[in-house]
Design a binder for this molecule. Structure first.
Ligand SMILES: CC(C)(COP(=O)(O)OP(=O)(O)OC[C@H]1O[C@@H](n2cnc3c(N)ncnc32)[C@H](O)[C@@H]1O)[C@@H](O)C(=O)NCCC(=O)NCCS
Ligand SMILES: Nc1ncnc2c1ncn2[C@@H]1O[C@H](COP(=O)(O)OP(=O)(O)OP(=O)(O)O)[C@@H](O)[C@H]1O
Length: 199
């Protein structure tokens, strides 16, 4: 089984790439953001430690963590972000490793992990290849404002908390330029995947 890590900054198009491959190839896909959300919910392995760190002001009436409020702290405060990362990231990695093992046993030919933080969290150690999904910064900003209604200050803060374009590029084995339309991105994905003999 080939294990590919899909990384890039906020709004670069990682999920679009993952969704395309998940729909058109025999592949298992895991999104670290989704795994983190799951593990931070009540009943999840990280919930007690995150609750203890943040306190009760960060939950809604049903006890779920309030993502808007957490985002307003996490992307603002390096100390809190580091503490949350230390709680959540090892658990996410464990979740990913277990998923990889399950799919390996099932004979799945391709496994993809998507996260903005693959490089910082040393996923190169478990991936055969890292792909950097790139899009020009103004294009990313426009998509995030239009599609996700992100405020420009929120985009600034998230971008500041992530690696620079040069850092992403220098740590990855392959780069996809997703600044144009999806058809162009799909061509780049297909031509790379068609070089893998096992697919
Ligand atoms: C802050 C939270 C509540 C915001 O949730 P929300 O659904 O609004 O946004 P989403 O999860 O899609 O994240 C928005 C963007 O920020 C990035 N991001 C999320 N957490 C972090 C972080 N700790 N450091 C840098 N970038 C991050 C995401 O990759 C994405 O690009 C959520 O991202 C979170 O709980 N983050 C902490 C856990 C974590 O580190 N997750 C990342 C995957 S391991
Ligand atoms: N080539 C494209 N053309 C038009 N819109 C696109 C393209 N690629 C991505 N988008 C849109 O831009 C937004 C961000 O893309 P996506 O969610 O895939 O980014 P991401 O890198 O996964 O973001 P995050 O870091 O938050 O997880 C989405 O609304 C998506 O539909």
């Amino acid at each position: 089984m080939k294990v590919i890590g899909i990384t890039g900054g906020v709004g670069s198009g990682k999920s679009e790439v993952l969704n395309y491959i998940g729909r058109h190839y025999e592949a298992a896909v895991v999104q670290a953001d989704e795994a983190a959300h799951l593990l931070m919910q009540p009943g999840g392995a990280c919930y007690p430690a995150v609750m203890k760190l943040l306190g009760p002001g960060f939950t809604d009436q049903s006890g779920d963590l309030d993502r808007e409020r957490i985002a307003s702290v996490i992307f603002h405060d390096d100390v809190i972000r580091t503490q949350i990362n230390q709680i959540v990231h090892p658990a996410v990695k464990q979740y990913v490793l277990e998923s990889i093992e399950r799919e390996r046993q099932a004979g799945t030919p391709l496994f993809l992990i998507e996260a903005a933080l693959l490089i910082e969290d040393h996923y190169d150690e478990i991936c055969d290849e890292l792909w950097y999904i790139y899009a020009d910064e103004p294009v990313r900003r426009k998509r995030l404002v239009q599609d996700r209604l992100y405020a420009s200050q929120k985009i600034d803060e998230i971008m500041k908390s992530q690696l620079s374009e040069v850092e992403f590029s220098s740590h990855c084995d392959f780069e996809i330029n997703n600044s144009g339309d999806l058809a162009d991105t799909i061509k780049q994905i297909d031509s790379r995947l068609h070089t893998y003999e096992t697919l």
